[in-house]
Design a protein around this ligand. Sequence first.
Ligand code: OGA
Ligand code: MN
Length: 223
Amino acid sequence: MLLLYKFAAYSHTLKSKFSDPWESVADHLSAHDWVILDDFLPEAETIAARNYLKKKLAKDAFKVAGIGALHDFRVEKSVRSDEIYWLDPRRDPEVEGFFSLAEAVKAHLNRLCFLSISGSEFHFAHYPPGSFYKKHIDQFDARSNRLISMVCYINEFWEPEHGGELRLYRGDGTFKDVAPLPGRAVLFKSDRVPHEVLESKASRYSITGWLLHQPAGLGYLLG
Ligand code: OGA
Ligand code: MN
């Protein structure tokens, strides 16, 4: 039922030229290297995820995020100043709604984009007021198994004066700014799209992660 409801939302968002709305998602991702899905996460799931995030924040379960992997890993506050909490679908049933939709995304992208996504990893991210993440791509030298980046925003509301847009760069240097609206998800190719998070003036909440072509591992180890 949940997925049928989402199909309707996708067609609406992308003004589908296909009978299967997932084809619009795959087509847009292939042609533009990213796709924006409004109303991806239904309101009830967005609220559940946000409440759980806030509970973990209150318990000091978040860690300052770093950059790089393995021997390269370091905390660099001038590059990114968010804090994160790695999620585990078995330990964190509060985000079950998100994980089941992420599974659907995986299956449909494998079917339509001829990808071989076999794993995923997700964390909560909190950008406190004044924080940002400078321009980067989501693949590290020490690991290249991130195929698709996926960010889902779970803010209660978002106004233009809050800033905090995700800026996605095209090959020609032009860019598109995406506001972190509640329930909105953004998918983009991890190795092809430089992007940044502009300074956020309000607390900014998301579930961020990657569809992988190998099982998860390093993120959890480092987290
Ligand atoms: C990241 C990232 C984008 C966002 O965590 O790597 O680029 O909009 N996040 O939160
Ligand atoms: Mn990124």
